[in-house]
Design a protein. Structure first.
Length: 163
């Protein structure tokens, strides 16, 4: 679980052409890399199998209204969404991809890292999955930034010395 001091962030803007038609969406999000969100990297992509791409996920908490607005507009879904009624807090896990040298940056992120990911929104169709399920919203990163690393605490830090 993310520390309550951490403030997650999610914002998007629509990019339009001269006629006012939406060309694409640009997303900026700040969240945490959780254990299942650490990037996997593939190095056998492209026509000559010499390009690399990283696939990861960012966990964003408490911003479900903004995220729902984008998913409703694009008729899509995020990778995972849950709502904890006791805390009144939503958790959204959003997939992202990073290509070439950005893939190396994404692969360097570790569990617990606070990151900023920005980029274009792509809607990934469900390959062979349930046709009734909405396609997944994913961000192709144009910028990746490490904001902070998780501090590990000692197992003995909660012990109280005896007199």
């Amino acid at each position: 679980m993310a520390n309550s001091r951490n403030k997650d962030y999610f914002n998007f803007e629509s990019i339009r052409d001269r006629e006012g038609n939406i060309v694409c969406y640009h997303v900026t999000m700040i969240g945490t890399i959780e254990a299942d969100g650490a990037a996997r990297i593939r190095t056998d992509l492209g026509t000559n199998a010499d390009q690399k791409m990283a696939f990861g996920r960012v966990t964003v908490r408490g911003l479900d209204r903004k995220i729902r607005l984008l998913t409703t507009e694009t008729n899509s879904r995020v990778w995972y969404h849950s709502y904890n009624e006791e805390e009144g807090l939503a958790t959204d896990v959003i997939s992202y991809t990073a290509k070439d040298w950005r893939a190396d940056e994404a692969f360097a992120f570790n569990e617990g890292d606070r990151v900023l990911v920005e980029g274009r929104v792509y809607i990934r169709q469900n390959a062979g999955a349930d046709p009734e399920r909405l396609p997944e919203l994913s961000v192709t990163a144009t910028g990746l930034f490490l904001l902070g690393r998780r501090r590990f605490t000692s197992m003995n830090s909660s012990l109280v010395p005896q007199r």
